[in-house]
Write a protein that binds this ligand. Sequence first.
Ligand SMILES: [Zn+2]
Length: 273
Amino acid sequence: MVSNENVNNQEETKWLRCSNCRDLIYKRIFFENQKVCPLCNFHYRLTAHERIELLFDKGSFVEINAHLSSVDLLGFKTPEETYEETLRRNQEKTGLKEACITGRGKIKGVECIGIVFDFFFMGGSMGTVVGEKVARAFEEALSKELPLVAVTASGGARMQEGIFSLMQMAKTSLLAGRFKRESQKAFVTLMTNPTTGGVLASFASLADFIIAEPGALIGFAGPRVIEKTVKAKLPKGFQTAEFLYERGLIDMVIPRSKLSESISEVISIGVNR
Ligand SMILES: [Zn+2]
């Protein structure tokens, strides 16, 4: 079964079962298709490195601020582990230091600053380091006069850092605002499955152009929480990229295979503010 956990091409079998349509898919086709089910078009999650490889021109992406890593500000722990242990476990699992990678690269020849979230690292949650990397990416784009592309995949703020996490919403929004005031270059967000909570409710929603992958879950709180709060049944497809596109919250829904092309077109033109 292919799940939304990171699937790699190492196992021996030739076939995978899609967890969305439940049909059998030929593994080689699945990977050639950039982890999109060829039968039902379900877009499986990518790691930050896979996303960079897919979106940016080969070898063009150079990471910035790679040295930043989180510390345990609150002495947070669950019955199972301390925050430090959680960080270490996620670092070992993903090979990343934090839940996002930032850097400079080219998309179909167009130079830009990129922010790429990785949901496999603590659900792509935004703590102080993620917020700082996002903020510095905006500053870098401003000082180098480059467009900025943010690829989001996040469950929201990082609870292990409490109020410090929530402050990242204000900080990143402030920098996004500054970028939009001072730069003539485009700021694009690509929302992937899922983009929720504090990341959606801050810089991600402030882009000049918001693009989403087909079927991506995009929303602030989860549907069950909303149903309980408003005591009403939610409409079909609520919080999907397509649902939000129809209501004007998202500008474009673009399949994975066409993303580089579309994003490079958008960032190659300036923004008349
Ligand atoms: Zn499928």
